[in-house]
Design a protein. Sequence first.
Length: 244
Amino acid sequence: MSPLGRTATREAAEFLGIPLRLRRPRSPVESLRAHGLSEREVAATRLATSWLLAYPDEALLDRLDVLAAAVLELPAPASTPLSAFLAHLDGTPMGNVQRHYVEVFDMKRRACPFLTYWTHGDTRNRGVAILRFKQAYEEAGFSIGSEELPDHLAVVLEFAAVGERVTGDALLAEHAAPIALLREALHDLGSAYAHVLDAVVATLPEVTPELQARMAQLAAAGPPAEQVGLEPFPTAPTPTGARR
């Protein structure tokens, strides 16, 4: 089930036909740029990747045919990696997919899907950073349940697709370096979820030298480790298998 709730219907959701509720390249930033996708195609890509980055369950299985049909309507930078991931899902037992999801996203810090963890770790500042996401959603008229933290990439992508576009773009652009590092980690791990991240980065702005420098800085330093003052949210990466 989608963690974001709103009564208004959005074009991206209609395009996908689903209710609201992807050999490693030489350089992880070579294709981290907008690929000429229209605004509607960007929204549809982000909504599709939001569902595919959630824990794989029966709800996802029920939507695979609709997702596959919608993905075929997207330009190659989005449709190629998403089609590859959907083919992987179709040919892999769901139990294996679920185990892999937990092993990658729940057990490996370097593949953490919570964006503020990359920039704040388990420090006192992370709770404030997470609150910024929640406030952005609420200011746009959305509410978020307790199924997932507001900074989970799947939640941010859904908001950027069906919420207030400029705010969603800003949240993703601000965390483009963590997203690129997550993509790189998934490629390094040989995870099929790297295809989903390839599609995500196709919707992001072009990488600047400043962003490349920030990526290198984050990769070298790793998440901060201080563990005090984490209210008002439980900020440590915890198993996501039971969520959404």
